[in-house]
Write a protein that binds this ligand. Sequence first.
Ligand code: BES
Ligand code: ZN
Ligand code: MN
Length: 498
Amino acid sequence: MDFRVVQGNIAELETPAIVVNIFEGAEEPRGAAAVVDQQLDGAVAGLISDGEIKGKRGEITLIHTLGRIPTGRVIVVGLGKADDLTLDVVRSVAGGVSRHLRSKHVTSYISIVHGAGALDPGECAQAVVEGTAMGLYRFDKYKSKSDNDQVEEVTLAELNGDLIDQIQGGVDRGEVISAAVSRCRDMSNEPANTMTPSAMAEHALEVAQETGIEINVLDRDNMAELGMGSLLGVAQGSDEPPKLIVLKYNGDPDNSDNNLGLLGKGITFDSGGLDLKSAAGMLTMKGDMAGGASVIGAMQAIARFKPKVNVVGIVAATENMPGGKAQRPGDVVRAMNGKTIEIGNTDAEGRLVLADAVCYARSLGLTRLVDVATLTGAVVVALGDLASGIFGNDQGWTDQVVEAGASVGERFWELPTYSEYKRQYRSDIADIKNTGERGGGAITGAMIIGEFADDAAWAHLDIAGTARTTRTSGYTIKGATGVPVRTLVALAEALSAS
Ligand code: BES
Ligand code: ZN
Ligand code: MN
C-alpha cells in the first residue's frame, strides 16, 4: 500500500472518496468538512442538524456526491469530543475508516490529516498512516480464495503548504512503524508448524540484511557451551532446534553505558510440556512467541530510525513440548549465571528461557533491560486485554517504559514486586523454583525473571492478555495485535533524546 501527500483543497481533488471529520457536539462543519459542505449545498450541515451525524468517535457517514464535486463519495468521520482528542483517537479513527472504504471496494482515497488543527501535524500524519496500515492488515496467506479487495493508495491532503514537509516526515515514520507491527503480527499469526525457532531466526536475518544491523544466532551447542541449562531444559522436549537470536544496533558506539536490551520470549508452541495444557489452553499457544516477535519487529524500526543509543534484541526461541527427552517436574536445571532452578511445573517455561536470555544480556554488559513475554494466565485475570502488566526493579526505569507506552497508545499497568513474594518460589533443594502459588502468579513469574537481572535496571512486560485479540476494532485486527512493538521503538527513541 502506498501513502502520498498532496497540497491542495480536498474538495477539488478527483478520487473515488475523500475523508473529512467532525468533532462530537459540533453544530456545524469546520475546516475541510465545511468546504465540502458548501460545495454540496449544505448536505453535511443538514445531516448534523437532523442528528444523523453526531461526531461520536469512529462514527462513519458516507455521502454519495452524484457528480456534484470531483470525488465520488465523502466520508465524514467522528473524532469524538474535541477535549478528548489524542493521537490514539486519530490512529483508531483512521483504521475504522480504511476498513469501511475497503468494504465498499474503494481502492484509493484521499483523507485530510485528522487532528492536525489541534495536535502536531506531523504526529497526526504519522498516526493516520499507522492507523490505516494497521487497520487494513490481513493475514490471508493460507486462504486459497481471499477477499481480494485491498486499498492500494491513500493520499493525505493538506491545504497549508508550510505543513507539507512535516506531514511527509510523519508519513515516512508511520510507514516504518506499521511495517514493524506487521512483521510482528505476521510472525505471531503464523501457525507453529511454520513459525519454528529457525523461522524466527530467518525473520531476524531478513531484518539484519535489510537494515545492515548485526545478527548472531546461537544454536543448541553454543547455548550448551555458555551453560544455558535453563533454556535448554525447556528445549529438550522438542525435536525442533532452539535458537537464541541476537540482533545488535550500535547507535552510540562510543558510549557503551547508553544501552538498551530488549528480550523476548519466543516459545513457538507451548504445549505445557509434561505438565500438559488442556485442549482449550493449548489452542492459542502458537502465539507464545509474540514477545520475541515484538522484539524483532521493534529492532527493524529502530534500525531504520537510527536513534543515538545501542540496542540489543535477544529472543529465546524454542518449543515447549513433552517429547521423550522432555524435562520432568522436579528436575533441577542450572542457568548461565550458575543459579539452580527446580522445575515446579514444566508449563512455567517462559521464565526459564528468559532467565538465560537475561544472563546473556548481562554478559554483554547491558544495564537497562526490558523483557517481553506472554508469561502468565494470571495477568489476563488481572488486566484482561486492555493493559499489559509491567513489573520492575527500578521505579525510574519502569516509569520510562510506561511513559513510552502512553506516548503511542499502548497501556501498561504496574504490579508490585515486593520481596515478601519471594517466599513463594523458594525451593527445598535448589536456589529457587520456577513456580509460586496461585495468588500473585503474574508477580512471582515476573520476579523469577528478575532474579537474573542483578543490578541492571529491568522491566518485564507481561503481554499474555494483550498480544492477541478476538475483536476487530479501530486499528486492531482479530488475531495478533503487535503489542508492544510501538512502545519498544518509542523507548529507544526516548533514550536517544536524553
Ligand atoms: N504461555 C503461558 C501463559 C499464557 C496463558 C499466555 C494464556 C497466553 C494466554 C505460560 O507459559 C504458562 O503456561 N503459564 C502458566 C504458569 C503456571 C504453570 C505457573 C500459567 O499462567 O498458567
Ligand atoms: Zn508459555
Ligand atoms: Mn507455559
